[in-house]
Design a protein around this ligand. Structure first.
Ligand code: GLU
Length: 491
């Protein structure tokens, strides 16, 4: 009998997203329930955007949630390496196979030509797609141009007519006309694969039997199905899960809801509660029970109970569930959860070092550093009127810092300080004046322990949430206002 093998395949290009945990959870439950294996694969072929920090945070967050994988970049396994950047030779070999069989072709079109083509197609109201200029180049011309070192990509051939049918475990048969499918680039000019090639080759070589992923990938399925056919491989069963949504039903986005798993950890949600909540996204227990553990979910799991109406990720509902979990812990587990959260040696070491020079008694500790343990501080707009900086400038400063913190790759006191100094310079403020609203947004008061160090210790996710919270109190910037600030700080 076929062993079920599922995987989650995050791209390490940002904060560990709750959507990744949601997909990982469903893959894990499906695999475990069938006595199969669950694999973690890192899809880092986008060298510009992938970072080791992001990968490490994804692994840490999934582990914190208790989602454990049988094979992955950290634990190894028989089908490794599990990081795509270490598999370049495998993709090279496979793309050569497609070229030899006539399923792929070299394309020498310059980015400028492709850009002009795209603009023209858009102005004519057409779907932007490659027009096939290089599809029929003579073999000797290709050889010559390659020999001369001209940069090129490799694209897959795609039928021009007819309809592609995709079978989806949840949605049944989906029909997509081939005319909507682009001649996808498989190998970039730098010799690295695109997502599509690497994903198909790896799912096959790693013997994945079921691909359970977000519905945003449905439109890629025809390309993938065609690649499986070109290689002569069986395609795994596809299952596209409904996307998580904001309460206004738009796609879950960090503008409207915190999306980083680490934010939920630093706010003091229990991993079991967050997992439970994610499990309720589009799925329910046969007895409709709201509170259930991962073990319960694995035991009762049934994909056919997934409903397709976009599940809403609602923090208030999560709060309610987290409260239920907190109250259901026995005293030992409750204290343990509290210590795991922030009352542990490594965190206390850092926090006490911040206030030691200011205290005379231990009872002075909380007034100084209580804000390290808060969620979103209670603040009022009136707190943001300073001698040199008014409320309007405060909101620009806070937005600039939020924007910059979202671009930041490394987060420590040196990078936070460099960020603040550079922003203050670009915006024409003295550092002290620039920091005044930041103090209030981060600590809830007008003075505190050194705020840049506090930001480094608290972590980027909580800092961003507090900045957003303060901006909301002062009035959210319009798109135009945001653009003006961003232009100023990029000058
Ligand atoms: N790397 C893709 C992502 O970031 C994986 C999509 C898939 O599961 O095929 O979500």
């Amino acid at each position: 009998m076929l062993t079920v093998r599922t995987r989650v395949a995050p791209s390490p290009t940002g904060d560990p997203h709750v959507g990744t945990a949601y997909i990982a959870l469903f893959n894990l439950c499906f695999a475990r329930q069938h006595g199969g294996q669950f694999i973690l694969r890192i899809e880092d072929t986008d060298q510009m955007r992938s970072t080791a920090e992001s990968e490490q945070k994804i692994l840490e967050s999934l582990r914190w949630l208790g989602l454990s994988w049988d094979e992955g970049p950290d634990v190894g396994g028989p089908y490794g390496p599990y990081r795509q950047s270490e598999r370049a030779a495998i993709y090279q070999q496979h793309v050569q196979e497609l070229l030899e069989r006539g399923h792929a072709f070299h394309c020498f079109c310059s980015p400028a030509r492709l850009d002009a083509l795209r603009k023209e197609q858009i102005s004519l109201g057409q779907n932007p797609c490659y027009d096939g200029l290089c599809l029929h180049l003579a073999q000797n011309e290709v050889v010559e141009r390659l020999a001369s070192g001209e940069p090129c990509v490799i694209r897959m051939k795609v039928p021009q007519e007819g309809v592609c049918t995709i079978d989806d475990l949840l949605r049944g048969r989906i029909e997509i006309p081939w005319s909507q499918i682009d001649m996808q680039v498989l190998m970039k000019a730098d010799g690295l694969p695109t997502y599509h090639l690497a994903n198909v080759v790896d799912d096959h070589l790693m013997q994945i039997t079921h691909v359970i992923r977000g519905e945003e990938w449905i439109s890629s399925a025809p390309k993938h199905q065609l690649l499986y056919q070109y290689f002569g491989w069986n395609m795994p069963t596809l299952c596209h899960m409904p996307l998580l949504r904001n309460p206004d039903r738009s796609k879950l986005s960090k503008r409207k809801n915190p999306t980083s798993i680490l934010f939920y950890r630093s706010m003091g949600y229990l991993p079991a509660a967050l997992l439970n909540y994610l499990g309720r996204m589009g799925w329910s227990m046969p007895d409709e029970r709201e509170q259930f553990s991962l073990e319960d979910m694995i035991r009762e799991f049934d994909l056919s109970r997934v409903s397709l109406g976009g599940p809403v990720f609602d923090v208030e509902k999560l709060d309610w569930l987290n409260a239920l979990w907190l109250r259901s812990l026995n005293p030992d587990s409750l204290v343990q959860a509290f210590m795991d959260w922030k009352f542990n040696r490594p965190f206390l070491d850092q926090v006490l070092a911040q206030c030691l020079s200011r205290i005379q008694r231990l009872s002075d500790v909380v007034p100084w550093v209580g804000f390290f343990f808060e969620g979103l501080p209670e603040i009022k707009a009136e707190q943001f009127a300073f001698k040199k900086v008014d409320a309007a400038q405060s909101r620009e400063i806070l937005f600039a810092l939020l924007w910059a913190s979202e671009q930041a790759i490394a987060w420590n006191s040196a990078t936070v300080e460099a960020m603040c100094v550079s922003l203050a310079g670009h915006m024409g403020f003295k550092l002290r004046d620039f920091m005044a609203p930041v103090f209030v947004a981060i600590s809830g008061r007008s003075s505190s322990t050194p705020v840049m160090e506090a930001m480094a210790i608290m972590g980027a996710d909580l800092v961003r949430a507090r900045l957003r919270h303060a901006i909301q109190i002062l009035g959210v910037l319009s798109k135009e206002e945001e653009l003006l600030v961003v232009q100023k700080i990029q000058e």
